[in-house]
Design a protein. Structure first.
Length: 234
């Protein structure tokens, strides 16, 4: 069975939808059976309100940049179709899910809550359970799991989703295990992976040295003297 997960992040005009703040960027990365597919979803959105200066300092998205970008209502159907039936993987899921549900509620007709159309997995909760009492933000997890995030100078939804995908895979076992699915495409991919493993995982052949061979022959001579016959020489 194919398992579809969407690693998701958002950027917003501020911290609270209850104060009228809106989503201005959505970034999603698709995983099928723990493999990146490249089928990503990314959009900037016109929020119809000003962005808090504190938020601009975090993500660098300005009011001027968003002029002419689509509104959430224009991409809502496409976004819902993209995430439907998947498991969302989100760091601090309550924040992003709260904003998405707020955007859903503003639509006419309103859309059902996120948890009605897909599952949600919170990697912040996972990290806190695995590393209690430690920093568990995305930068800290990158350092802990040796994920390169040197290109992350500002927050960005798609960039953070890509980094979180690497962190999530490292947190939950690292390299993908081989999947023996019956699906033809999955099987074809599997054959490629197996072929790569066969080419790159050959065991070295170690031959005995001349001294070791002489010692071996001496041992066989001793066996033959005691028993009159040596099986290894027959």
């Amino acid at each position: 069975m194919l398992k579809r997960q969407i690693v998701l992040d958002t950027e917003t005009t501020g911290l609270s939808p209850q104060e009228g703040h809106r989503i201005i960027e959505i970034g999603c990365v698709e995983l099928i059976n723990r493999r990146l597919t490249g089928n990503n979803f990314h959009v900037y959105l016109q929020p119809d309100r000003l962005i808090d200066q504190e938020a601009i300092a975090v993500h660098g998205i300005t009011n001027e940049f968003l002029i002419g970008k689509p509104r959430f209502a224009e991409v809502a159907q496409q976004f819902c179709q993209y995430i439907a039936g998947a498991e969302l993987v989100i760091h601090n899921a309550a924040f992003d899910v709260g904003f998405i549900n707020h955007e859903f509620n503003l639509l006419r007709p309103a859309l059902a809550p996120v948890t009605d159309i897909c599952g949600v997995l919170d990697t912040l909760k996972m990290a806190r359970e695995a590393h209690p009492g430690q920093k568990n933000n995305l930068d800290a997890l990158c350092r802990r799991y040796d994920i390169n995030n040197s290109h992350r100078t500002l927050h960005g939804a798609l960039l953070d989703a890509e980094i979180l995908a690497d962190v999530y895979l490292a947190m939950t076992g690292g390299q993908v295990s081989l999947n023996l699915a019956n699906d033809e495409q999955a099987a074809a991919q599997q054959n490629v992976v197996v072929g790569q493993l066969k080419r790159t995982s050959r065991l070295p052949v170690v031959f005995a040295s001349e001294t070791e061979l002489q010692s071996h022959e001496q041992r066989l001579d001793l066996v033959q003297k005691k028993g009159g016959s040596c099986l290894w020489r027959n």
